[in-house]
Design a protein around this ligand. Structure first.
Ligand SMILES: Nc1ncnc2c1ncn2[C@@H]1O[C@H](COP(=O)(O)OP(=O)(O)OP(=O)(O)O)[C@@H](O)[C@H]1O
Ligand SMILES: Nc1ncnc2c1ncn2[C@@H]1O[C@H](COP(=O)(O)OP(=O)(O)OP(=O)(O)O)[C@@H](O)[C@H]1O
Lengths: 229, 229
């Protein structure tokens, strides 16, 4: 069973600790603020109040036995650095820290911390992409300007068959799969439930409410969306 | 040309404003802290100090002309709510707000704000997934327990051909594409550059350093990784 420690129980640390615990991992949640410890103690294996800049306090919790430790402290960057240094001194197998900007990231990398996260920065970039291209609901960037995207069905191709739309011949795009809503009875009430419709075929008709999962070059996907707006 | 306003220039708001500006959008960056306005003013079209809870101040900036406005204020939730209410009163086409937790999200949705983001929460869940399954570098969740994943090549299949690995027959997984490093000369120096290797074929050999992009059910992908650890 995986053992993880999360240091810092703000919004970020809390969501990591809770998600890990929900998925069955053994979680040690740490914060120097007793209220944050209290708020999580029923949902994780162990919740402890301690100051992560105190290496003895960390050692007393057997933090060396952890598979990985996340330092999710936010505002106090000095505390992030000292906590990271303590964890390295205790030979923790895997240390993941938070950074608010490029300078902080640079310092952590120089210290040898290889996994650095900037939650607000990463989501900020994704949000900007979604603002610029609202029909792209999510995307996975790939090399050579390729990307996998999840897009709402452009109006111009709704109710047409895949053969008629000719993604590959006209746009050089490949369809991976389609997400579609089906009305089902859940708890006695009709509910819209989303499903994957398996391997799409030439005669598959695209509904206006479908979500298409595609792979292609950024500019080809952009062109496909704009031509069919 | 797209016009966006970003209210609140903490780490989150800053990365949204800067990414939008880098991609050519016209950005109005707003904060009630003059230092934050100063720090960004050379990188966006307009940077203005004002209090977003003051509807007259927002109106004076012609914020009604924006395609979308993002409220990226963090700690002060009351300010987020008042700013959102102001933007709705000014009939802004698209309002995106930040929320720190489920209760805040619920209140914003009850107000009719349809796009609510929790950057720390979203990344927290992704981080937890990456801790639980370290060979999964990134993933796109889909309905019916399917997912698209980016994984490092499991040792057990390195240097084998796709035909020999038989992803579909043995594991019910489909390969979307492969990311591979190639040595190229950049600025006169040999550099590892990552490329997509197009449509993988039956005789394609998988290198130990390849990154595989796959689609399949979560449990089948987990089994594939564990059998070939
Ligand atoms: N030295 C320390 N030892 C242990 N916990 C700490 C230490 N310093 C700060 N923390 C805790 O880290 C948590 C997160 O830090 P903080 O609230 O400063 O960041 P934040 O940016 O608001 O976080 P988030 O964005 O995750 O809500 C807080 O609960 C705080 O009590
Ligand atoms: N009423 C307001 N009008 C305009 N800007 C505001 C208002 N209230 C707060 N802000 C600004 O919003 C920005 C982000 O808020 P804050 O620093 O409280 O959140 P944060 O959680 O630290 O943000 P981040 O995680 O993005 O760094 C700050 O720069 C702050 O000056």
């Amino acid at each position: 069973r995986h053992k993880f420690a999360v240091i810092g129980l703000g919004v970020f640390g809390n969501s990591i600790a809770r998600t890990l615990a929900e998925r069955g991992a053994e979680v040690l949640a740490i914060d120097n603020d007793q209220e944050h410890v209290e708020a999580i103690k029923d949902d994780v294996a162990y919740a402890v109040q301690l100051d992560a800049t105190d290496i003895r306090a960390l050692e007393a919790q057997n933090i060396q036995d952890m598979d990985a430790v996340v330092v999710a402290i936010g505002e106090d960057f000095e505390a992030v650095l000292i906590a990271a240094a303590n964890l390295q001194e205790l030979n923790i197998k895997r240390v993941i820290t938070r950074a608010s900007n490029k300078q902080q990231r640079r310092i952590l990398e120089k210290m040898g911390v290889q996994e650095v996260l900037s939650p607000e920065g990463e989501v900020g970039t994704t949000v900007a992409e979604r603002l610029l291209q609202p029909s792209i609901r999510t995307f996975l960037p790939l090399p050579d300007n390729y990307e996998i995207v999840e897009i709402s069905t452009p109006k111009g191709i709704a109710n047409k068959s895949l053969a008629k739309i000719s993604l590959r011949e006209k746009y050089n795009i490949n369809m991976i799969t389609i997400k579609r809503f089906f009305e089902e009875i859940l708890d006695g009430k009709p509910t819209e439930v989303e499903h994957i419709i398996g391997v799409p075929k030439a005669d598959t008709i695209i509904y206006p409410t479908d979500i298409l999962i595609l792979i292609g070059k950024k500019q080809d996907i952009k062109r496909f969306i704009e031509i069919n707006r």
